[in-house]
Design a protein around this ligand. Sequence first.
Ligand code: HDD
Length: 720
Amino acid sequence: MATPRNGKADANRSPALDNALRDHQPGAGQPGYATDLGNAGETHQDADAGTAPAGFLTDNFGHRLSDNQNSLKAGERGLTLLEDFILREKIFHFDHERIPERIVHARGSGAHGVFEVTKAIPELTRAGLFQKAGTTCPVFTRFSTVAGGAGSVDTPRDVRGFAVKFYTDEGNWDLVGNNIPVFFIQDAMKFPDLVHSVKMEADRGYPQAGSAHDTFWDFVGLMPETMHMIMWAMSDRAIPRTLRMMEGFGVHTFRLVNANGVGKFVKFHWKPVLGMESLIWDEAVKIAGADQDFHRRDLFESIAAGSFPAWDLGVQVFDEEFAAAQPYDVLDATKLIPEEDVPVEIVGRMTLNRNVDNFFAETEQVAFLPSNVIPGIDFSNDPLLQGRLFSYLDTQKSRLGTTNFHQIPINAPKCPFHNMQRDGLMQTLVPTGRANYEPNSLNEAGEDSGPRASPDTGFTSFRENGERNDPTEKVRVRAELFADHYSQAALFYHSQTENEQAHIASALVFELSKVTLEHVRVRVLSRLRNVDEDLAARVADGLAMDLPEKAPAARKPVEMKPSDALSIQKQAKSTFEGRKVGILFAEGSDKATIDKMKADVEAAGGSVFLVAQKVGGIPVKGGTLKADGKLEGSPSMLFDAVASVLMPAEAEKLAKQGAAVQWFMDAYGHCKTIAHCNGTKVILEKAGVEPDEGVVPNEKLMDVGPVRHFVREPNIRDLS
Ligand code: HDD
């Protein structure tokens, strides 16, 4: 089967991704190619432009460059100009070319290829890939050393990574293994320690790419579980002759699950068609000097020459009974299962037939995730594997810098993919439509409501024991009592005061009045009937809608005793602590009254904010007084209670000022305590303030406190 090149249309890939990829191809959208670029060597200003110009050189925003050799200067021998956006962009991009190398497996070589199923195993797995012999899928494989940095040599004594990404029709399956079937440690908890010990030592920064040093062997000596792996690592397996001639292993015990949900344990094996071959240690050392890139070069050149390396994929399948009967635990990654006990059955062949076009874009940016499995392949409880399921996703964010790393062509699945995930750094796709959440019913309004889960064909985790309440069983279900969605909604509603209930009803009316999708309003009303019939009726009335049928409840609600602790109003505290009182004054106001109120409020833990028409000092009875804020800029909303101290003549004047009238109107409407002097009455009248328990003479301010007077509310707005 043809393996599509990156960025070229692929029938299986989503059109959105294709667009995104096409737009990123160099030269895309250019009208034509120049044939006369360069004028090689005409003057010392020019460089040899090469023999086969392949298009107009542009910057990253598509502007054609007239000169790629000389920066912009103020005169021939003058300063280089900051204005030179071409120079700046080029250097800027270059400065940021490197990304963090992998913390392990940093040095790797990759190639594209194809995997073909040679033996169908539907009885073992429901994975679409394995249903029919002859089915193929593209793959990308990256081999690596573990300990060395990205620029280290190819032939140290080391484990080799053997990571294969299968781009299947059901999504990517990443088999991220090694060329050794066991591992150093049994639990992911030890991985950072293992890696720290084998990497160059923390203080001296050497040795590079080698385990022959103190810290590694210190760790080994202290961790006896490493012994099995050490045998392999000290064997010729750790110095393969070529990458083409080594075995690969999935290492962990995985599971295959068939269409009936029957699961079997499995270990994966890659058997090189060329057979295995290793170096002699002396050879390995000398090659490290002679050709640092020995393996990488060998792989690249073999593929370029059409001599495609190939591996057979084998499976060792066994059941729980077999597992239980062994003298080792199959969940322990330091153990293998002898092929003599469980033979390796070959089910497919991988052929690597195409070199990468760009090392960075593909080999460096490829992100393998052991958590990438397809329906029919599942994990086991191997604690090392379980830790890896977290680690790789996490590491990709750090290496590739964005949660959208899956959009990078080498990582993107070749089957369509769509979900409600959005945005994030370097979003290169342009998702359309309103539906970025699920469930939604936008389809009922004729809109695209987006994709949905597929209970039948989607990934389901293997149900190990089949017992519903078994805590070791993995299920995507909610416990039965979770199905009661209404009892506590009703409890909350019934625990509120009348005002609070009215607020809930008005809030619902307001919010739903903004909803333009009729069916959405109807559905919410039908659910409200399960909370409280009266509430539903009030809201329906507020919207001038008929009350729809009551929505069926997944579980019958139960009645619960109302709780005062759930009501704000029932808990309200009459205190000045942390509250702010706004006091309005004007020319001639009595300073002594104001000072006294201020002192009282402050003594009770509150604060006072003086409001007047002018903020400079105003002559008042007893001196001059400065306001903290101008009336128009200090509306009563900013305070918990208000007071006013005004001479009658000033009050008359203020009664003609909208800001002053509004000040009291709002305080009244917001149910606040209004303390006032006699003079202020003229404004209160204008503001429609009617006497009640919260409208009091200034002397009573401290008695009443800065509480809300909700008794007032029915007089000022419709709470039906
Ligand atoms: Fe790992 C990379 C293989 C245990 C954490 N690992 C990485 C690669 C391979 C393996 C082949 C390179 C993938 C590539 O080419 O990009 N790792 C293994 C095997 C293990 C194993 C076979 C044991 C059976 N690894 C392991 C554990 C952890 C990690 C227990 C952490 C808990 N491995 C990582 C990582 C890396 C990684 C830090 C580094 C770069 C990357 O993932 O993409 O997440």
